[in-house]
Design a protein around this ligand. Sequence first.
Ligand SMILES: [Zn+2]
Length: 132
Amino acid sequence: MQRENIQYIKCFLQKKMQELQDVAGSTLQRLKNNGGKHSDVCDEAAYEYSKSIELAVRGKEINMMLDIQETLMRIDRGLYGICDHCSQKIPEERLNSAPLSKLCLQCQIDFENRNRIVGRRFTQKVNLKNAS
Ligand SMILES: [Zn+2]
């Protein structure tokens, strides 16, 4: 991938990181300000429910921020665009559509297939355990 494209992706990711940090900061402040001020039980339950949903969304955003941070480190270390598993170059089209990619498409498919098999095995074990 050309240096200008990598620089463009780096700027894009830094901007996205800043947006996520701003949202996270305002969410935390809002949760601190609103906590425990409901006299009605139903209002309190509704607040707790919406708080749990908001925290779940923030959890996903935290994972996104960690992925962005890791990608920015890969760019700075000259590892961006190199597959973590097979060390082959990741095609530019893939990086343009999925800039956080650490694996080439084939390694990503293999990884997801392995996880699917492991997940299935775990589910079968749980089901067997529950059946006895
Ligand atoms: Zn690969």
